[in-house]
Write a protein that binds this ligand. Sequence first.
Ligand code: SF4
Ligand code: SF4
Length: 317
Amino acid sequence: MTLARDLINRLSFKNEETIIFNIQDYCVDDGPGIRTVIFFKGCYLRCSWCSNPESQLFDPEIIYFRIKCKKCRRCENTCPFLNIDCSNSNFPIISREHCLMCKSKTCTKMCPENALKTVGYSITVLGLFEKVKKNSLLFRNSGGGITLSGGEPLAHTGFIREFLKKTMAVGFSVGVETCGYFDWDKVVDFLPNIDFFFFDLKIIDSKFHKALTGVSNEKIHLNLKRLSQNEVNKITISVPIIPGINDYLENIKETIDLCTEFGIKNIRFLKYHEWGRGKYQELGRPYLLNKKLKIQDNDLKTFEIVAQEAGLQVTII
Ligand code: SF4
Ligand code: SF4
């Protein structure tokens, strides 16, 4: 049920309305100045280390905070489709494959402890624009603006095209954080209207990339090649450094080689953290990176030096 609904949502995005799961003001790591980051819902990749698993599906989901739950079983009795079972120690188990995300959402409304919530909601272009417009003074004074993130923002093409018309009319800076897996033909007309791109390169070996993210990376590399032909000065490559996954020197060197080949001058290394681990349980999914992982400072230093020697500007976050 969840997958079928996800597919329908992917196909039915309208130009004037889409699904997001968060808007975060006062961000300083997502482009120049102080920025408002919009988190779009839905991504084609399934990275096992993803710190925002609630971003992956293209539709709303129920999130359950066990720590808040008082085991009152009220939710069990309110789901009209009997999709909640509290017979195991009184904690609710949600049958996510069968949950219809019904209009009533009685389960979330009836929970007295706010232990059940919906993540993801619809928003119109105008509604989003009104929300970000309140920060225009902050944008102007700090040299900041809006960053479209996710999920994969470039999956929401019609919406972003319309949103950019509004932001351009008032001179807001708009940047994009992308996993690179998007349909080129659907975005090529508005790419020149975007001020910068944080473009992910995670693993250069294609088979390994597919095993760990669910897709091979040829399409990502082709999109990067095309983007760099016209917008090279706007691109910064983002490499999430995941210990034991992609933090080996050969992968970093191959990433740097690709930057050099395409004329890209900026790279940032994003240090892995486990802040997203708890969310997997809250969404009823397994967290596949089971070991406690830690980045070695020496490795990061080595990557920084290798990138600098290749002529790249390096940022570590
Ligand atoms: S959203 Fe609707 S169908 Fe899904 S668990 Fe809640 S009440 Fe049941
Ligand atoms: S209604 Fe809320 S507090 Fe009660 S069992 Fe369900 S999730 Fe827990």
